[in-house]
Design a protein around this ligand. Structure first.
Ligand SMILES: Cc1cc2nc3c(=O)[nH]c(=O)nc-3n(C[C@H](O)[C@H](O)[C@H](O)COP(=O)(O)OP(=O)(O)OC[C@H]3O[C@@H](n4cnc5c(N)ncnc54)[C@H](O)[C@@H]3O)c2cc1C
Length: 402
């Protein structure tokens, strides 16, 4: 669903989507300590989920660690360090450690502190504590965590689902006289001096290859693959750095369920299940056939080739068990399962990734006519509106060079 935060992007997309755009009030929940709360979690809700002893320990830990790091500032070595500095060790152990490990598939000690500083929404419960601490002079350094997600917002969607936006965007581009090629996997960039002179792509339907001469390249494929597609034209150390830039794969199970409605909101976040989010797009206005059925979008992180990626019976069994345990649907109500997956769900900010990204970006900057942008190309975490803004900025940069 599209956010309307970027006015320019939103107005453009509103025009392009026309009658197909529908407005949807944000209504998301999180399951926490056995109960459902509005997402993102608020201070009062979080407290309700903790026993008084644990709460006291966490508050004391937050206070003590904040004071300690104020007096003895320390460089954060990894995500564990960064979370402990932000929230104190008891709250880190209680709330973050196991979930972060389960989500990424490796412990927070192997995740870069940059992830915590730039991506992770601040836990609003902790904001309240921090405001209290700030009043007595204990303040954290600026920019050490991103703002909390919004609680109230109107999102933009379509009765046909998320496919409407790229479809209508491609139509608008074609109407301007441009070509859009799909099923086209970029497999080679030919470099002469400091310029890319052509791009080769493979048609995934028949394996045929096309080479297109070019004046400029704006790339939104994974930055690692962009470098590797240059072959020997990229220096070996740059290719080695590119190979270190990993992505976390996602496997999304789309289920057609013989039940008119399964949950009472747009989506629910879970912290200790096989999936981390379950969405029901019918609640946002998606037309489902047959009308007395619904669709569930069950999101999981995985590794390419593992049971969740393959949709193996053992993975399905665990998902079905968790869906039943949560009262979302019974396994006999699931009439169809569609597995959608991508190796490039989330850029992995693993320990030390910064130096590899710098090396790769420096090489790309040395090329006169190549820009890499967007979520995979910029190795960052924009939502759709921000990725579109990054694309518009790249286009303007190319026009500025002409
Ligand atoms: C599960 C999930 C749910 C999300 N939900 C929302 C949401 O509701 N709202 C929102 O605003 N954002 C959402 N996001 C974020 C959103 O998906 C991204 O912001 C957006 O897709 C970024 O666009 P992009 O074009 O930069 O990258 P991508 O959408 O990742 O596009 C990169 C494209 O490059 C293609 N590609 C890869 N290699 C090659 C190659 N060699 N040759 C040619 N093509 C290649 C890929 O197939 C892909 O289509 C979600 C993300 C995830 C993972």
């Amino acid at each position: 669903m599209l956010h309307a935060f970027d006015k320019g992007v939103f107005e453009t997309m509103k025009g392009i989507m026309g009658d197909e755009r529908i407005e949807v009030p944000l209504n998301a929940k999180i399951k926490w300590a056995g109960s459902f709360y509005h997402y993102p979690l608020q201070f009062g809700d979080m407290v309700k989920g903790m026993n008084p002893f644990v709460l006291l320990r966490c508050c004391f830990g937050l206070l003590a660690y904040q004071a300690w790091y104020k007096i003895f500032p320390k460089e954060t070595l990894n995500a564990e360090d960064a979370l402990i500095q932000l929230y104190g060790r008891p709250l880190y152990q209680f709330f973050f450690r196991d979930f972060t490990h389960r989500y990424w598939g490796f412990p927070p000690t192997e995740l870069s502190a940059t992830f915590i500083k730039t991506k992770m929404p601040r836990l609003s419960a902790v904001d309240v504590m921090k405001k209290l601490l700030a009043k007595i002079g204990i303040k954290e350094k600026d920019g050490s965590a991103v703002d909390s997600a919004l609680r109230e917002e109107t999102l933009h969607y379509s009765r046909k689902g998320a496919e409407a936006m790229p479809r209508l965007l491609a139509e608008a581009i074609r109407q301007l006289g441009c070509e859009v090629h799909t099923h086209a996997r970029v497999c080679g960039l030919q470099v002469a001096g400091a310029r890319v002179i052509s791009v080769t792509y493979e048609d995934s339907r028949d394996g045929s290859r096309q080479t297109v001469p070019c004046s400029d390249v704006i790339s939104t494929i994974p930055v690692r693959d962009l470098i590797l597609a240059m072959g020997d034209a990229a220096p070996e150390p740059v290719r080695a750095s590119a190979s270190q830039l990993r992505s976390k794969a996602v496997a999304v199970y789309g289920l057609l369920v013989n039940k008119p409605q399964a949950i009472n909101c747009l989506y629910i976040y879970y912290r200790d299940k096989e999936f981390h989010r379950v969405g029901e797009p019918k609640n946002a206005g998606l037309i489902v056939n047959p009308p007395d059925h619904t669709v569930l979008i069950v999101e999981t992180t995985c590794e390419v080739g593992d049971a969740k990626w393959n949709g193996d019976p053992e993975a399905m069994e665990k998902i079905h068990t968790d869906l039943e345990a949560e009262g979302i649907c019974r396994r006999d109500q699931i009439v169809q399962t569609h597995l959608l997956r991508t190796p490039h769900g989330y850029p992995v900010f693993s320990l030390g990734f910064e130096q590899h990204l710098d090396a790769v970006n420096e090489h790309i900057r040395s090329l006169e006519n190549v820009l890499t942008t967007g979520r995979q190309g910029g190795f960052c975490y924009p939502n759709m509106h921000k990725a579109m803004r990054m694309g518009a900025d790249a286009a303007e940069a190319v026009l500025g060079r002409a």
